[in-house]
Design a protein around this ligand. Structure first.
Ligand code: SF4
Length: 301
Protein backbone atom coordinates (compact mmCIF):
# COMPACT_ATOMS: atom_id res chain seq x y z
CA UNK A 1 0.00 0.00 0.00
CA UNK A 2 1.28 3.47 -0.91
CA UNK A 3 2.41 5.59 2.04
CA UNK A 4 -0.22 8.26 1.30
CA UNK A 5 -2.99 5.67 1.31
CA UNK A 6 -1.86 4.47 4.72
CA UNK A 7 -1.76 8.07 5.93
CA UNK A 8 -5.35 8.62 4.75
CA UNK A 9 -6.50 5.41 6.43
CA UNK A 10 -4.77 6.39 9.68
CA UNK A 11 -6.30 9.82 9.56
CA UNK A 12 -9.78 8.38 8.92
CA UNK A 13 -9.36 5.95 11.83
CA UNK A 14 -8.22 8.76 14.12
CA UNK A 15 -11.24 10.92 13.19
CA UNK A 16 -13.60 7.94 13.54
CA UNK A 17 -12.32 7.11 17.02
CA UNK A 18 -12.49 10.74 18.07
CA UNK A 19 -16.14 10.91 16.97
CA UNK A 20 -16.89 7.66 18.78
CA UNK A 21 -15.35 8.96 22.01
CA UNK A 22 -17.18 12.29 21.73
CA UNK A 23 -20.58 10.67 21.21
CA UNK A 24 -20.03 8.04 23.91
CA UNK A 25 -19.07 10.67 26.45
CA UNK A 26 -21.89 13.11 25.70
CA UNK A 27 -24.95 11.20 24.44
CA UNK A 28 -26.78 8.46 26.28
CA UNK A 29 -27.76 5.54 24.02
CA UNK A 30 -31.42 5.56 22.88
CA UNK A 31 -32.32 2.30 24.61
CA UNK A 32 -31.08 3.61 27.98
CA UNK A 33 -32.81 6.96 27.61
CA UNK A 34 -36.06 5.19 26.74
CA UNK A 35 -35.82 3.11 29.92
CA UNK A 36 -34.99 6.15 32.09
CA UNK A 37 -38.05 8.03 30.75
CA UNK A 38 -40.23 4.97 31.31
CA UNK A 39 -39.16 4.64 34.94
CA UNK A 40 -39.44 8.40 35.56
CA UNK A 41 -43.16 8.10 34.82
CA UNK A 42 -43.48 5.36 37.44
CA UNK A 43 -42.09 7.39 40.37
CA UNK A 44 -44.61 9.27 42.51
CA UNK A 45 -44.90 13.06 42.36
CA UNK A 46 -43.14 15.15 45.04
CA UNK A 47 -40.79 12.36 46.08
CA UNK A 48 -37.00 12.42 46.22
CA UNK A 49 -37.01 9.55 43.72
CA UNK A 50 -39.00 11.57 41.17
CA UNK A 51 -36.75 14.58 41.76
CA UNK A 52 -33.60 12.49 41.29
CA UNK A 53 -34.92 10.98 38.06
CA UNK A 54 -35.86 14.43 36.75
CA UNK A 55 -32.34 15.69 37.44
CA UNK A 56 -30.93 12.70 35.60
CA UNK A 57 -33.25 13.46 32.65
CA UNK A 58 -32.15 17.13 32.53
CA UNK A 59 -28.50 16.14 32.86
CA UNK A 60 -28.87 13.88 29.79
CA UNK A 61 -30.56 16.66 27.78
CA UNK A 62 -28.01 19.34 28.74
CA UNK A 63 -25.00 17.10 27.99
CA UNK A 64 -26.37 16.33 24.52
CA UNK A 65 -27.25 19.95 23.75
CA UNK A 66 -23.96 21.40 24.97
CA UNK A 67 -21.85 18.46 23.71
CA UNK A 68 -20.40 18.01 27.19
CA UNK A 69 -19.61 14.84 29.17
CA UNK A 70 -22.65 13.28 30.86
CA UNK A 71 -20.66 13.03 34.08
CA UNK A 72 -17.44 14.59 35.32
CA UNK A 73 -16.01 11.10 35.84
CA UNK A 74 -15.52 9.92 32.27
CA UNK A 75 -14.44 6.57 33.64
CA UNK A 76 -12.29 3.70 32.53
CA UNK A 77 -11.99 3.64 28.77
CA UNK A 78 -12.92 0.20 27.46
CA UNK A 79 -12.75 -0.57 23.75
CA UNK A 80 -14.12 -3.84 22.34
CA UNK A 81 -12.87 -4.34 18.79
CA UNK A 82 -14.14 -7.17 16.57
CA UNK A 83 -12.05 -7.50 13.45
CA UNK A 84 -11.34 -9.83 10.50
CA UNK A 85 -8.23 -12.02 10.15
CA UNK A 86 -5.08 -10.00 9.41
CA UNK A 87 -6.13 -6.85 11.28
CA UNK A 88 -3.15 -4.99 12.70
CA UNK A 89 -3.87 -4.67 16.43
CA UNK A 90 -0.58 -2.90 17.20
CA UNK A 91 -1.26 -0.22 14.63
CA UNK A 92 -4.85 0.23 15.81
CA UNK A 93 -3.63 0.67 19.38
CA UNK A 94 -1.19 3.37 18.30
CA UNK A 95 -3.86 5.41 16.48
CA UNK A 96 -6.34 4.77 19.28
CA UNK A 97 -3.94 6.22 21.87
CA UNK A 98 -3.57 9.33 19.72
CA UNK A 99 -7.35 9.76 19.58
CA UNK A 100 -7.67 9.26 23.35
CA UNK A 101 -5.05 11.95 24.01
CA UNK A 102 -6.85 14.37 21.68
CA UNK A 103 -10.26 13.60 23.25
CA UNK A 104 -8.73 14.28 26.68
CA UNK A 105 -7.32 17.61 25.50
CA UNK A 106 -10.75 18.52 24.09
CA UNK A 107 -12.44 17.67 27.41
CA UNK A 108 -14.52 14.71 26.22
CA UNK A 109 -12.45 12.60 28.58
CA UNK A 110 -11.19 13.63 31.99
CA UNK A 111 -7.52 13.12 32.76
CA UNK A 112 -8.33 9.96 34.62
CA UNK A 113 -5.44 7.52 34.67
CA UNK A 114 -3.55 7.43 37.96
CA UNK A 115 -0.22 5.68 38.63
CA UNK A 116 -1.10 3.36 41.55
CA UNK A 117 2.33 3.71 43.22
CA UNK A 118 2.99 7.43 42.95
CA UNK A 119 -0.67 8.51 42.89
CA UNK A 120 0.22 10.89 40.08
CA UNK A 121 -2.30 11.63 37.36
CA UNK A 122 -0.08 13.20 34.77
CA UNK A 123 -0.76 11.36 31.54
CA UNK A 124 -3.53 12.00 29.04
CA UNK A 125 -5.29 8.72 29.86
CA UNK A 126 -2.48 6.59 28.47
CA UNK A 127 -0.73 4.17 30.80
CA UNK A 128 -0.43 0.49 31.69
CA UNK A 129 -3.89 -1.05 31.12
CA UNK A 130 -5.47 2.21 30.04
CA UNK A 131 -7.26 2.50 27.73
CA UNK A 132 -8.29 -1.11 27.95
CA UNK A 133 -8.62 -2.57 24.45
CA UNK A 134 -10.19 -6.00 23.96
CA UNK A 135 -9.70 -7.53 20.52
CA UNK A 136 -11.87 -10.33 19.10
CA UNK A 137 -11.36 -11.92 15.69
CA UNK A 138 -14.56 -12.51 13.73
CA UNK A 139 -15.50 -13.96 10.34
CA UNK A 140 -16.94 -10.71 8.92
CA UNK A 141 -14.86 -8.49 6.63
CA UNK A 142 -15.70 -5.31 8.50
CA UNK A 143 -14.44 -3.91 11.79
CA UNK A 144 -16.84 -3.22 14.65
CA UNK A 145 -15.73 -1.01 17.54
CA UNK A 146 -17.67 -0.62 20.76
CA UNK A 147 -16.69 1.77 23.50
CA UNK A 148 -17.74 1.85 27.14
CA UNK A 149 -16.81 4.60 29.58
CA UNK A 150 -17.29 3.08 32.99
CA UNK A 151 -17.31 5.36 36.01
CA UNK A 152 -15.28 4.66 39.14
CA UNK A 153 -18.25 4.89 41.53
CA UNK A 154 -20.18 2.16 39.78
CA UNK A 155 -17.07 0.03 39.33
CA UNK A 156 -16.58 0.18 43.11
CA UNK A 157 -19.92 -1.53 43.77
CA UNK A 158 -19.23 -4.45 41.43
CA UNK A 159 -18.80 -7.74 43.27
CA UNK A 160 -17.61 -11.28 42.79
CA UNK A 161 -18.95 -14.22 44.78
CA UNK A 162 -17.55 -17.72 45.04
CA UNK A 163 -20.40 -20.19 45.55
CA UNK A 164 -21.30 -21.75 47.88
CA UNK A 165 -21.59 -18.50 49.84
CA UNK A 166 -22.62 -19.62 53.28
CA UNK A 167 -23.48 -16.18 54.72
CA UNK A 168 -26.48 -16.10 52.34
CA UNK A 169 -27.00 -19.84 52.14
CA UNK A 170 -26.33 -19.48 48.44
CA UNK A 171 -25.51 -22.82 46.87
CA UNK A 172 -24.09 -23.73 43.48
CA UNK A 173 -27.34 -23.38 41.57
CA UNK A 174 -29.50 -20.64 40.02
CA UNK A 175 -31.19 -19.92 43.31
CA UNK A 176 -27.74 -19.29 44.83
CA UNK A 177 -26.88 -17.08 41.86
CA UNK A 178 -30.08 -15.09 42.37
CA UNK A 179 -29.33 -14.59 46.07
CA UNK A 180 -25.84 -13.18 45.51
CA UNK A 181 -26.93 -10.87 42.67
CA UNK A 182 -29.66 -9.36 44.86
CA UNK A 183 -27.19 -9.13 47.73
CA UNK A 184 -24.80 -7.07 45.57
CA UNK A 185 -27.63 -4.71 44.59
CA UNK A 186 -28.75 -4.41 48.19
CA UNK A 187 -25.22 -3.69 49.41
CA UNK A 188 -24.81 -0.94 46.80
CA UNK A 189 -27.85 0.90 48.27
CA UNK A 190 -27.96 3.28 45.32
CA UNK A 191 -24.21 4.04 45.54
CA UNK A 192 -22.54 3.97 42.14
CA UNK A 193 -25.30 6.33 41.05
CA UNK A 194 -28.38 4.24 40.65
CA UNK A 195 -30.62 3.42 39.00
CA UNK A 196 -28.17 1.21 37.22
CA UNK A 197 -27.85 -1.86 35.10
CA UNK A 198 -25.97 -4.97 36.08
CA UNK A 199 -23.96 -7.24 33.84
CA UNK A 200 -23.43 -10.70 35.29
CA UNK A 201 -21.30 -13.69 34.41
CA UNK A 202 -22.02 -17.09 35.89
CA UNK A 203 -18.87 -19.24 35.72
CA UNK A 204 -15.45 -18.57 34.25
CA UNK A 205 -12.51 -17.69 36.49
CA UNK A 206 -11.99 -14.50 38.50
CA UNK A 207 -10.56 -12.65 35.47
CA UNK A 208 -12.74 -13.93 32.62
CA UNK A 209 -15.87 -13.64 34.78
CA UNK A 210 -15.48 -9.93 35.28
CA UNK A 211 -14.67 -9.32 31.60
CA UNK A 212 -17.75 -11.27 30.50
CA UNK A 213 -19.91 -9.38 33.01
CA UNK A 214 -18.77 -6.11 31.40
CA UNK A 215 -19.36 -7.46 27.89
CA UNK A 216 -22.95 -8.22 28.92
CA UNK A 217 -23.35 -4.45 29.38
CA UNK A 218 -22.82 -4.07 25.62
CA UNK A 219 -26.26 -5.63 25.04
CA UNK A 220 -29.18 -3.26 24.56
CA UNK A 221 -31.61 -2.96 27.45
CA UNK A 222 -34.54 -4.15 25.35
CA UNK A 223 -32.91 -7.30 23.99
CA UNK A 224 -33.92 -10.72 25.24
CA UNK A 225 -31.48 -13.38 26.31
CA UNK A 226 -31.52 -16.29 23.83
CA UNK A 227 -31.14 -18.68 26.74
CA UNK A 228 -34.66 -19.03 28.15
CA UNK A 229 -33.47 -19.84 31.68
CA UNK A 230 -31.25 -16.76 31.78
CA UNK A 231 -33.98 -14.59 30.22
CA UNK A 232 -36.29 -15.61 33.07
CA UNK A 233 -33.62 -14.92 35.68
CA UNK A 234 -32.84 -11.47 34.18
CA UNK A 235 -36.51 -10.50 34.38
CA UNK A 236 -36.86 -11.83 37.90
CA UNK A 237 -33.78 -9.90 39.10
CA UNK A 238 -35.11 -6.58 37.72
CA UNK A 239 -38.55 -7.13 39.26
CA UNK A 240 -37.15 -8.24 42.62
CA UNK A 241 -34.54 -5.45 42.77
CA UNK A 242 -37.19 -2.84 42.10
CA UNK A 243 -39.15 -4.12 45.09
CA UNK A 244 -36.21 -3.46 47.44
CA UNK A 245 -37.22 0.19 47.80
CA UNK A 246 -33.65 1.50 47.36
CA UNK A 247 -34.59 3.77 44.46
CA UNK A 248 -32.58 6.33 42.47
CA UNK A 249 -29.37 7.32 44.30
CA UNK A 250 -30.68 5.37 47.31
CA UNK A 251 -33.48 7.91 47.93
CA UNK A 252 -36.18 5.24 48.05
CA UNK A 253 -38.74 4.61 45.32
CA UNK A 254 -39.55 2.14 42.61
CA UNK A 255 -36.51 2.44 40.36
CA UNK A 256 -33.46 0.62 41.66
CA UNK A 257 -32.45 -1.29 38.55
CA UNK A 258 -33.02 -0.50 34.86
CA UNK A 259 -31.82 -3.82 33.55
CA UNK A 260 -29.95 -7.05 34.17
CA UNK A 261 -27.94 -8.93 31.55
CA UNK A 262 -26.51 -12.36 32.30
CA UNK A 263 -23.98 -14.46 30.42
CA UNK A 264 -22.27 -17.74 31.18
CA UNK A 265 -18.79 -19.21 30.84
CA UNK A 266 -17.77 -22.75 31.59
CA UNK A 267 -16.19 -23.17 35.00
CA UNK A 268 -13.92 -25.68 36.72
CA UNK A 269 -15.58 -28.36 38.86
CA UNK A 270 -13.83 -26.82 41.88
CA UNK A 271 -15.10 -23.26 41.46
CA UNK A 272 -18.35 -21.44 40.81
CA UNK A 273 -18.00 -17.67 40.45
CA UNK A 274 -20.71 -15.11 39.97
CA UNK A 275 -19.18 -11.84 38.76
CA UNK A 276 -21.26 -8.69 38.81
CA UNK A 277 -20.45 -5.41 37.09
CA UNK A 278 -22.63 -2.44 37.88
CA UNK A 279 -23.20 0.39 35.42
CA UNK A 280 -24.58 3.70 36.67
CA UNK A 281 -27.38 5.69 35.01
CA UNK A 282 -24.65 7.55 33.04
CA UNK A 283 -24.50 4.49 30.84
CA UNK A 284 -21.93 5.50 28.31
CA UNK A 285 -21.61 2.96 25.56
CA UNK A 286 -21.59 3.43 21.83
CA UNK A 287 -20.45 1.47 18.84
CA UNK A 288 -19.77 1.73 15.15
CA UNK A 289 -19.17 -0.36 12.08
CA UNK A 290 -16.28 0.85 9.99
CA UNK A 291 -15.97 0.82 6.21
CA UNK A 292 -12.75 -0.41 4.61
CA UNK A 293 -11.59 3.22 4.36
CA UNK A 294 -11.95 3.44 8.18
CA UNK A 295 -14.91 5.83 8.05
CA UNK A 296 -18.08 5.15 10.01
CA UNK A 297 -20.70 3.17 8.09
CA UNK A 298 -23.19 2.70 10.92
CA UNK A 299 -23.81 3.64 14.57
CA UNK A 300 -24.73 0.58 16.58
CA UNK A 301 -26.83 2.01 19.44
S1 SF4 B 1 -20.93 6.36 39.17
FE1 SF4 B 1 -21.48 7.12 37.15
S2 SF4 B 1 -22.85 8.89 37.43
FE2 SF4 B 1 -21.83 8.41 39.40
S3 SF4 B 1 -20.05 9.77 39.46
FE3 SF4 B 1 -19.37 7.81 38.61
S4 SF4 B 1 -19.60 8.00 36.39
FE4 SF4 B 1 -20.76 9.66 37.33
Amino acid sequence: MAKNDQKTLDNNLYETLLKLIEKTSTVIPDDVQKEILKTLRKEQKNTSAKYAMEIIKSNIEIAKKKIQPLCQDTGTILFFVSHPVGFNQTHFTKVCHKAVVKATKLGFLRQNSVDPITGKNETMNIGPGHPSIHFHEHKKKTVEIKLMLKGGGCENVGAQYALPYTALEAGRDLDGVRKVILDAINKAQGKGCGPGVIGVCIGGDRGSGYIESKEQLLRTLDDKNENKILAKLEKDIVTSANKLGIGPMGFGGKTTLLGCKIGILNRLPASYYVSISYMCWAYRRQGINMRTDNKISKWLY
